[in-house]
Design a protein around this ligand. Sequence first.
Ligand code: HEC
Ligand code: HEC
Length: 301
Amino acid sequence: MRRILSVLLALAAVVGVGGVSLAVWPIGEPPELAERTGDPQRGGYLARAGGCIACHSDPGSGRPALTGGAQFTTAFGTFVPPNLTTHPTAGIGAWTIDDFARAVRQGVAPDGSPYYPAFPYAFYGHLSDQDIADLWAAFRGVKAQEVTAGANDLTFPFNLRFGLKIWRAIYGGGPPTDPMDGRSETWNRGRWLVNGLGHCGACHTDRNLAGGRRADAYLAGSDDLPDRGKAPPIRPGDLREAGWTVSSLAFGLKSGAMPDGDTFGSGMGEVVRHGTAWLSQADREAIAAYLLDEDTAGDGG
Ligand code: HEC
Ligand code: HEC
């Protein structure tokens, strides 16, 4: 399958799609934001919940927060999250809110090229104009740091960024986040956090060989995380079997404590430390209530 995709991408790059060269095939829509005034405090909260700070920082290296650089390795090569501070060249200081909206919700760079799904933008597509304005207000408040994050190092043909336009068209969507009728506010909030901003499925849903999430494997675990990590299944039955209840899970997402007395390791430790530990108790309970509800098992894709 990887091989088939490689050939397909290379071929598409040569012949173009429908007569238009893939390199100039436009993607994404111009954003029309109804709301442009943001609350930086709420934006900071969303940035924690979304893991933006966790992934775009590399505390171990001594680099300032949000200067990127914490590389991770996948089957496609090594990715380096960029600097998101307000520095005009090293960071995103020269961007507009429209550039930011298009990058975060649609995965498209200011020059029109697609981002790699290592940036989990598919999960951020549901963010409202207000959410984007709040995030932007928070990022505008980050001190400029002239620290170069470094470049991705990917293998052919995945290093051909325009080939991603095909990938994006096939796999670019995220799981559903909109409120469902007949569901409690808590369940719907949990759905929004788990399937959207919290991007739990980015690690807990297995991917096919082209790196697309398998709809039939929603939250069923993945043995194929970056840097050879493994994420266990977190469907309702799996969680119950592992000894979780709504209250112990809400507490685990705050403290990192697991039912067997151990603490979360590897990637999940980071998710808790830089993400869920900062959320409100109500939001952690919503995540736990949603994940442990029987009806969640078949909810997403
Ligand atoms: C799992 C790690 C991860 C998370 C979580 C993440 N990002 Fe990123 N982000 C990346 C990577 C990797 C790239 C570069 C992708 C590429 O090279 O195509 C990126 C690129 C970006 C860019 C483009 C920057 C540029 O200079 O072109 C922006 C803006 C951005 N991310 C914002 C965010 C925001 C806002 C959030 C949270 C809502 C977030 N990211 C969460 C990994 C992540
Ligand atoms: C960066 C990848 C990553 C993301 C994102 C992620 N997880 Fe995890 N998760 C893991 C890994 C790895 C483990 C295994 C940790 C361990 O064994 O110590 C794990 C373990 C867990 C467990 C324990 C399951 C068990 O069998 O006891 C729960 C519950 C969980 N995650 C919930 C979540 C929720 C909720 C989210 C979204 C808010 C999330 N995870 C997002 C990687 C991730």
